[in-house]
Design a protein around this ligand. Sequence first.
Ligand code: SF4
Length: 274
Amino acid sequence: MAESKVKSPVKARKPESHLAMVRRARKINRELAEVYPYAHPELDFENPFELLVATVLSAQTTDLRVNQTTPALFAKYPTPEDMAAAVPEELEEIIRPTGFFRAKARSLIGLSIALRDNFGGEVPGRLADLVTLPGVGRKTANVVLGNVFGVPGITVDTHFGRLARRFGWTADEDPVKVEATVAEIFPKSEWTMLSHRVVFHGRRICHARRPACGACPISALCPSYGVGETDPEKAAKLLKYEKGGQPGQRLKPPADYPGEPARPAGTVTVEVSE
Ligand code: SF4
């Protein structure tokens, strides 16, 4: 078999100055904005409460699985008051497909009680308040703040952390440190959309196990080019969701999403693990 030409297009062999890294990072963000002009949160929601609940459910599972589960959940418990009064076993049964359903049910009922009793039934728009809710950590709080309150936030999930390291923005594994380092590189106004673009790229092209380097539109800016498949034809077959001609994760994607919507639960679907 012919040896593939694995060569980093970035002059990674020379140490890169901090300024050069920042310039390259900002260029990556601009290019990702062109590749994914429609980047958005991949959880279906229609109000802050739904996004909060969906984000709690998304731990340790795919957004697709959450999106297939929440229509029945929100039909039965549309408000914090309704969910606060849920019979735990009934709520558990609905959210069972998302995994860890007992702990998640406790969080959902607990956070609904807290919203009802401490915040007038409304989702608060401050990080300090959000993280007091059961099951809500910094990541969940940032998702809610960035996507319904317009408060800029960097969401360091598994995709964002992996790509930030591959891009050479940080060497840290700790999400809080990654968030702090990346926050220094980009202006605040970019934080929320940067997060969506990077996660989109991680899910579609720069996968954990087999990144599609040979089909990657930002390979010329990436010091990790070559960690994945570099053959263009083979790499093209690794692309996922709209980039690979497959349905997306949202049952109700935004109008500008160029791919197919996800299919509801119970239909035959290809489960994509990341
Ligand atoms: S797919 Fe490869 S070239 Fe593209 S960002 Fe990921 S590691 Fe870099």
